[in-house]
Design a protein around this ligand. Structure first.
Ligand SMILES: NC(=O)c1ccc[n+]([C@@H]2O[C@H](COP(=O)([O-])OP(=O)(O)OC[C@H]3O[C@@H](n4cnc5c(N)ncnc54)[C@H](OP(=O)(O)O)[C@@H]3O)[C@@H](O)[C@H]2O)c1
Length: 349
């Protein structure tokens, strides 16, 4: 069946005169059903995608994995994502523009960029992918494709959580705030600590003991081991009450957060389950000063431009847990599923 689909694409390209890319197949990894983890990923040769009029075609240099990528494979967002099988996962990419759609004005072939691919189409586990111009940003030479690819979902989520619900001003002008970052050693957490410290904040961070020095090096003022009773209770060693918690892990009940919050403290939950949604509703309906805020990333180009600029200026860094070739992307997939990455997991075609 796929052969006929590819043949159809070739014929369309022949008709519109795209002879060179039409001749090209690319290496990609895709899955054909829900479940199966890394074993469900299959190496395939598929046609290089064609950019629509508002899209750019990228030769990929790096993609980063986020937990949502394998959660989609598990089926937690069915039937929305993936909209159909087979599906090539990952959305966060860095690469070079090789072709632009007819309406694209800001990019040309040869430009180095970072882009978030459409989650409905995915496409990052491949040699080429198409991205909307609206979520593609220039990448200066000081920022590698891997560093840039890490910034997308993880960096933008950390930024959104801090700037919107937590109301931290990243230029340091706002009132002093006490912030707790849980899972500070992970993809979102390691950006959250660094970005929070650009503001007027005191940052407490949770991580495993093996990552204490790492998380302190990101700027955290105090670090607690989540595997100790004090860490599990989220108690700040210096007795801080938190104005905002950037909550990057799961399984911590409201009753653990509540005594550690300041009078108007907020828990910004990146992975809200049913019990968190219940707490959110109850706190809203009872006009509680302490709130739980479920967060869903709304990616914005201007925020991505800011993050790229901060990396260029040396004010923010992407810490890379591990880099894997596309030929062994299953290893990267398994590592993300294991949940013990320190920073970002990168796959390079
Ligand atoms: N709502 C949204 O729009 C949105 C956006 C992005 C991410 N998310 C969600 O946010 C969560 C975090 O994403 P991520 O990319 O940061 O994940 P990640 O990189 O896979 O996180 C791994 C890190 O978490 C640490 N960790 C695990 N359990 C912990 C605990 N109980 N306490 C402290 N640290 C712990 C691990 O440390 P050890 O190895 O020491 O255990 C590891 O360093 C995921 O559930 C993801 O789906 C949501």
């Amino acid at each position: 069946m796929y052969i006929f689909q590819y043949l159809e694409i070739y014929l369309i390209r022949f008709e519109i005169g795209e002879f060179d890319m039409a001749a090209k197949l690319m290496h990609a990894l895709q899955y054909n059903s829900y479940g199966c983890g890394a074993a469900g990923l299959k190496h395939v040769e598929v046609p290089v995608p064609i950019p629509k009029k508002d899209e750019v075609l990228l030769k990929l240099e790096a993609t980063s994995i986020n937990p949502v990528d394998w959660k989609i494979q598990k089926g937690i967002l069915r039937p929305l994502l993936p909209p159909k099988f087979p599906f090539i996962p990952t959305t966060d990419v860095g690469g070079e523009v090789v072709e632009v759609g007819s309406n694209v004005k800001s990019f040309k072939a040869g430009d180095k960029v970072v882009a978030m691919l459409n989650p409905l189409s995915g496409g990052g586990f491949a040699e080429y992918a198409v991205a909307k111009e609206s979520l593609t940003v220039p990448r200066p030479p000081e920022v590698s494709a891997a560093e840039a690819a890490g910034l997308l979902i993880a960096g933008l989520t950390a930024h959104q959580a801090l700037v919107n619900p937590a109301e931290v001003k990243l230029d340091g002008t706002g009132p002093q705030k006490n912030i707790l970052v849980t899972a500070a050693s992970g993809g979102v957490g390691h950006y959250a600590v660094q970005l929070a410290k650009l503001g007027n904040t005191h940052v407490t961070a949770t991580c495993g003991a093996r990552n204490f020095d790492f998380v302190k090096s990101l700027g955290a003022d105090e670090v607690i081991d989540y595997k100790t009773p004090e860490g599990a209770a989220l108690k700040s060693p210096s007795g801080q009450k938190y104005d905002a918690v950037i909550h990057c892990t799961t399984g911590i009940p409201w009753s653990t957060f509540e005594p550690n919050l300041s009078a108007n403290g907020k828990v910004i939950d990146l992975t809200p389950g049913p019990s968190a949604m219940w707490t959110y509703a109850v706190k809203k309906l009872t006009f509680s000063k302490k709130q739980l805020v479920p967060l869903l990333l709304i990616p914005k180009k201007e925020n991505l431009e800011l993050l790229v600029r901060l990396v260029k200026e040396g004010k923010l860094k992407t810490v890379i847990d591990s880099t894997h070739p596309l030929s062994k992307a299953e290893d990267a997939w398994s590592r993300s599923i294991d949940g013990h990455a320190t920073g970002k997991i990168i796959v390079e075609p």
